[in-house]
Design a protein around this ligand. Structure first.
Ligand code: MGD
Ligand code: MGD
Ligand code: SF4
Ligand code: MO
Length: 713
């Protein structure tokens, strides 16, 4: 008998509703859920292949423990005993900083790791805490931290009501949106244009999104902050600054006016590659559009001026009166969330040991992990815990990290595959697949363009422990209670803490345990007085309406105002001004995302890797001619740190002087058991990205704009 399960897809930020048909334990069909309150039937190739992921025979279903150098199947008790034997002596002798953590991207797409990862990391208490954020969006946390006082107060484009969207360094028709949870971006952008609105894309490549847009500006990589400053310059020069209802809530406007003075359109044009008259027009149209919004993503964050660029995006939203107003950039109000006001944001509460890099938002740069392992001395990292992360493919100069991992005394990975990173672990603890666990997009609803809430019960049973149980066992191990500790009692303790902070009696969620109980408490404490039972009664989700203004409530700066010219950001402006000296003819590498990829980990699903090799270096015809490269030939791409050989794809979609290689490939390594991925290996682009290039303010790796040399192989 076929049953249909309404499931929120956990594979990217769009949170689409899926109808998954299951017969006798087998997934027989996956369609977009037309009744989903948010996605209304939208689905992409990854969501459609969730059954392939579930049934993948290479997905781990038993813990693996290293014995005599080889990873072998073990019992859960045996695996936890091995973790205890590996971690306890290191903690006892060297303290918690000797154990580093890398929490990867899927850990925020998983309710158990989102909620209980926090518990484990806090119990471990290491300063060597690394996540995908420092190869991704940390500049945004830092910039909004300074602007609004809260690193989680990220405004998102009010895409369904805006009349003008200026988008930089994002390709949502492929990525399905990021820091902007919005299923069916094509539909939403089509609607924008149908109501007479305009989409302007700034990207070194004519991407699918750029192709779809009204206007595309092909910018030189890494120069967005210059362009954005020039737009600010024009707003002041042409008297188009208007704070609207934010008047009285903003400090530092005059300082920004002064800061923007040197960045005239004429001054930035030769460096950005965008004509001065065009820049002026872009600014004026943005200001005159009424409801308009500026939005920047990966292309603006994983670059040398990531924080300054991210800051300027919101400076423009403030100066045009578009922050916190319908059709502008707005703060979501999620049904459940971190809650409770924090102290005003600051960075640098501790520093990385070797390079002295300041902590940001509790994290150190992932690009510094290798040196923390290999540099001898007090405080050296001796053990590593990865949670849903594949840093050996995802972080810059990954060869160096891979070599460093070889020097660890102990490594444990919570992961669903034995892949390029987890193959090095002493213990791999597998978690259930996406259909075998309950789901609620706690993290991504914080960035949703509409307030919604959707609960997904597990569609299929599993013999595996849920990851929250595994994380509580690890918590027991690092706190000295031992792997045999009473997990239920620990869970009660966690729940009581959340209830206490929310002013609730934990017994209101009686009868529930694990993430269900925590979520029920968080919903009850949230702004809509929902309970988990309300969501259980609404399998297609609950629509909580469009975004509503939140200033001044959302602000948590010391002044209680928007700090438009934060000291730390202002101090980085001279570094940017130094770029005005002139254009460079250095060839640079950028990345790109692909519809059927998911960073490093979904290449083991046949349906997603079929067809021609997608891991190519894209080169403009003029560069191909100049460099002697031909379509289908192989190029050697060299940087300071390494070289790779990649098939050439000649296309005029890419800007001359720029080449593009997607990340997340490079599966042809020893010791992985992902057979399909190994048969479609591609090349790891992070063998040429440089771990010494970081955005100064956030420690985020520069993954776009890497100087390279390209020659025929
Ligand atoms: N050059 C370059 N590098 C980049 C980027 C780029 O644009 N260019 N992008 C960066 C960005 S934005 C990101 S977010 C990172 C992502 O890089 P990572 O943080 O490494 O994340 P993923 O590659 O998505 O894979 C993570 C791992 O999670 C495992 N996994 C999947 N689901 C689960 C689960 O439910 N539980 C557990 N325990 N494990 C699971 C997978 O098997 C895989 O090993 O890559 C970054 N690297
Ligand atoms: N199908 C698919 N979807 C995904 C992912 C995936 O791997 N595959 N990954 C997910 C993750 S982890 C994330 S973080 C999001 C990212 O979501 P997006 O940011 O929308 O992702 P990208 O498609 O990488 O778009 C970045 C764009 O920036 C451009 N770019 C590069 N350098 C510069 C620059 O210096 N300036 C400007 N203006 N543009 C530049 C690139 O050409 C590219 O088009 O996508 C998520 N969604
Ligand atoms: S767009 Fe994202 S959330 Fe929607 S089906 Fe595809 S992978 Fe899943
Ligand atoms: Mo990401």
């Amino acid at each position: 008998m076929t049953t249909t399960h309404h499931v929120t897809c956990p594979l990217c930020e769009a949170t689409c509703g899926l109808d998954v048909s299951i017969d006798g334990g087998r997934v027989t069909g996956v369609r977009g859920d037309a009744a989903d309150v948010f996605s209304a039937g939208f689905i992409c190739p990854k969501g459609a292949s969730i059954g392939g992921l579930h049934h993948d025979p290479d997905r781990l279903r038993t813990p693996l423990v290293r014995r005599d150098g080889e990873l072998a199947e073990a019992t859960w008790d045996g695996a936890f005993a091995a973790v205890e034997a590996g971690l306890r002596p290191i903690l006892a002798e060297h303290g918690s900083d000797a154990v580093a953590v890398y929490a990867g991207n899927p850990s925020v797409h998983n309710l158990a790791t989102t909620l209980y990862g926090r518990v484990f990391f806090k119990a471990l208490g290491t300063k060597n805490f690394y996540t995908a954020s420092t190869v991704d969006q940390m500049p945004k946390h830092v910039s909004v931290g300074y602007l609004f006082g809260d690193p989680l107060a990220i405004p998102v484009p009010d895409i369904d009501r805006t009349g003008h969207l200026l988008m930089l360094g994002a390709n949502p028709l492929v990525s399905n949106g990021s820091l902007m949870t919005a299923p069916d971006m094509r539909g939403r952008l089509r609607a924008l244009r149908a109501r007479g609105g305009k989409l302007v894309v700034v990207d070194p490549k004519r991407t699918r999104t750029a192709e779809f847009a009204d206007e595309h500006h092909s910018i030189r990589p890494g120069t967005d902050a210059l362009l954005l400053f020039a737009l600010v310059h024009v707003l002041f020069a042409e008297n188009r600054v208007s704070l609207g209802r934010l008047d009285g809530h903003v400090a530092g406007v005059d300082e920004v006016r002064e800061l923007a003075r040197p960045f005239s359109p004429a001054a930035v044009a030769p460096v950005t590659g965008i004509d001065a008259a065009e820049i002026r027009r872009m600014a004026v149209e943005l200001a005159d559009a009424g409801q308009a919004v500026v939005y920047g993503r990966i292309g603006t964050t994983t670059q040398a001026f990531g924080t300054v660029a991210s800051w300027l995006v919101d400076v423009l939203n403030v100066l045009t009166g578009n922050l916190d107003t319908p059709g502008g950039a707005m703060f979501p109000r999620a049904a459940a969330g971190p809650g409770g006001r924090r102290k005003p944001f600051r960075t640098g509460r501790w520093h990385s040991r070797v390079r002295g890099f300041p902590e940001a938002f509790g994290e150190l740069p992932a690009a510094t992990l290798a040196e923390e392992i290999t540099t001898p001395g007090e405080g050296r990292v001796r053990a590593l815990v990865t949670v849903a992360g594949n840093p050996c493919l995802s972080t810059p100069n990954s060869d160096r990290l891979t070599a460093a991992i070889g020097e660890l005394d102990f490594m444990v990975s919570l992961d669903v595959y034995r892949n390029e990173t987890t193959r090095h672990a002493d213990v791999i603890l597998p978690g259930p697949g996406p259909l075998e666990r309950p789901h609620y997009d706690l993290a991504l609803y914080q960035n949703a363009v509409r307030n919604v809430a959707n609960w997904t019960p597990a569609a299929l049973p599993t013999d595996l422990p849920q990851e929250w149980e595994t994380l509580l066992r690890l918590t027991a191990i690092v706190t000295g209670q031992g792997a045999g500790a009473d997990i239920a009692a620990l869970d009660d303790f966690v729940a009581a803490g959340i209830a206490g902070r929310a002013g609730l009696d934990v017994s209101v969620a009686a009868g529930r345990t694990g993430p269900e109980r925590l979520l029920d408490l968080m919903l009850r404490a949230g702004p809509y007085d929902l309970t988990l039972a309300d969501l259980e009664a609404a399998p297609h989700g609950v629509d909580l309406g469009p975004l509503t203004p939140r200033i001044p409530d959302v602000l948590c700066t010391a002044s209680g105002k928007i700090e438009l010219a934060p000291e730390a950001v202002v101090a980085d402006v001279p570094r940017l001004a130094a770029e005005l000296t002139g254009p460079s003819d250095q060839l640079v590498l950028i990345g790109r995302r692909q519809l059927s990829s998911n960073n490093s980990w979904m290449h083991n699903v046949e349906a997603l890797v079929r067809g021609k090799n997608r891991c190519t270096v894209q080169v403009h015809p003029a560069d191909a001619c100049r460099l002697g490269l031909t379509e289908g030939g192989v190029a050697t791409v060299r940087s300071r740190v390494g070289k790779i050989e990649v098939p050439v794809e000649v296309t005029d979609a890419i800007r001359p002087g720029v080449v593009s290689i997607p990340h997340g490939w490079g599966h042809a390594v020893e010791g992985v058991t992902t057979r399909i991925a190994a048969a479609h290996p591609g090349v790891n682009s992070n063998l040429v990205t440089d771990e010494t290039l970081l955005d100064a303010l956030s420690g985020t790796a520069v993954l776009n704009g890497i100087p390279v040399e390209v020659t025929p192989a």
